[in-house]
Ligand binder design. Sequence first.
Ligand SMILES: Nc1nc2c(ncn2[C@@H]2O[C@H](COP(=O)(O)OP(=O)(O)OP(=O)(O)O)[C@@H](O)[C@H]2O)c(=O)[nH]1
Length: 531
Amino acid sequence: MVLQDLGRRINAAVSDLTRSPNLDEKAFDGMVKEICNALIEADVNIKLVASLRTSIKRSVNFSHQPPGVNKKRLIQKVVFDELVKLVDPHAEPFKPRKGKTQVIMFVGLQGSGKTTTCTKLARWYQARGFKSCLVCADTFRAGAFDQLKQNATKAKIPYFGSHTETDPVAVAREGVDKFKKERFEIIIVDTSGRHRQEKDLFDEMVQIQEAVQPDQTIMVLDATIGQAAEAQSRAFKEAADFGAIVITKTDGAAAGGGAISAVAATHTPIVFIGTGEHMLDLERFSPQPFVSKLLGMGDVQGLVEHVQSLKLDQKDTMKHIASGIFTIKDLRDQLSNIMKMGPLSKMAGMIPGLSNMMGGMDDEEGGLKLKRMIYICDSMTEKELESDGKMFVDQPTRMTRVAHGSGTSVREVEELLTQHRMMAGMAKKMKGGVQNMAKAQGAMGGGNRQQQLAAMQKRMQSMGGASGGGMPDLGAMMKMLGGGGRGGGMPPDLAGLGGMGGMGGMDMASMMKMMGGMGGMPGMGGGRGRR
Ligand SMILES: Nc1nc2c(ncn2[C@@H]2O[C@H](COP(=O)(O)OP(=O)(O)OP(=O)(O)O)[C@@H](O)[C@H]2O)c(=O)[nH]1
């Protein structure tokens, strides 16, 4: 069972119960049973499932609830908390510091995703301002260095390796020494894997560890092995005392839940999870946001981090929106930003309720529609792009010209212009909201980001109906995020996130508005534009 299916099944079990008119003990037992079955099918250890069952039953204690208690909320909360406990390793990983050289060494079996993850992680740190580089100490697999070289070049990360040296210890030492001299802050060392745990592999790991003295050793585990992850991580721990784990292939893995809970049970921090083959498919692992996303409640913190790491250029659009303007070019820029964010299904998982809204639409279809919209914009003249779109109404032949030029239909051009009008209308309304947001943010002096994120997540979850599932009112969410221009701006706890610059140049309010607007965009699950 893919993780998403696991989340859907648990969600459905809780929703069915909390919506049921007969919320009695029998129905409650049925829900607990369904959750446990789903977890067992996802290869979660049976003992862990049994303990989760006992905890849920104890915490809800159906027969001894005082009358005033909101049973629905209580059940939702208990299920959420117990799932968090199931995947929580209760251990803090090492946190790199700026201005200091830190070596991170990767270990794991062959094919677990080490080389891919090394590059993803180097890029992740680089996007956060760390001077990062890669050392390939895998001299065992022919082609390993070329693979790392290719990935590193694509991600513009300096690398070191050798086609001729056969001693991995020598390569690792040389690479790390070189990058230390060059004052790199994060030096990631990729080591070789083997088909199975064997003495040679472990000996080599220990020798490299001694040579490079890593600040952190990370073990890479393939999620498809399910609860066997526990035995594998224990064996590696005995040989090379690693400090943290990355679990890869959680995207398609039938047993992702099993692997994560098995590792968590060993109290080893899971630092990241791999969610795909693409360079950006790496998510920081944190139990609460993970469960939140699993249950379709979104992961706002993950979304913010993801958007920040993309370094999107929003300056012009934000300046425009602040003065109530939204040109067709602004729309074009936003469309290409959405394309940069990765598969729409991934984004949807981070925004509460959006995956429900996009139900049935696949990434390919959505991506294609977005591209066609961009082609339409690219076939416009500079004057048309910088306009408010009225010239198309005054001279409809412009639409025919653009449709021909972009290889689309007049209807699609019309739809894009309708979408643009809607957004321009929002921008006009947001004028006051954005200024208030900026003011509130200034007053807070930046505030505490963690608290702001937590508050935002909470508000979104409360709108999403907690683990009860169901689609939150996106319109309400958009209004809340944008301040709507009516109620006088964003609540202070959201200001730091939504304000201009509060997210490294990306404005959450406008992004969410864009996402909300996507409901009406052709191909974005909205009824209007779909054919
Ligand atoms: N779907 C998916 N595929 C992944 C993920 N991480 C890695 N892969 C794929 O897994 C395969 C193996 O990855 P590598 O990085 O070559 O594995 P490795 O552990 O370095 O292998 P050795 O160098 O032989 O030890 C590649 O096809 C990757 O694209 C992930 O999170 N999701």
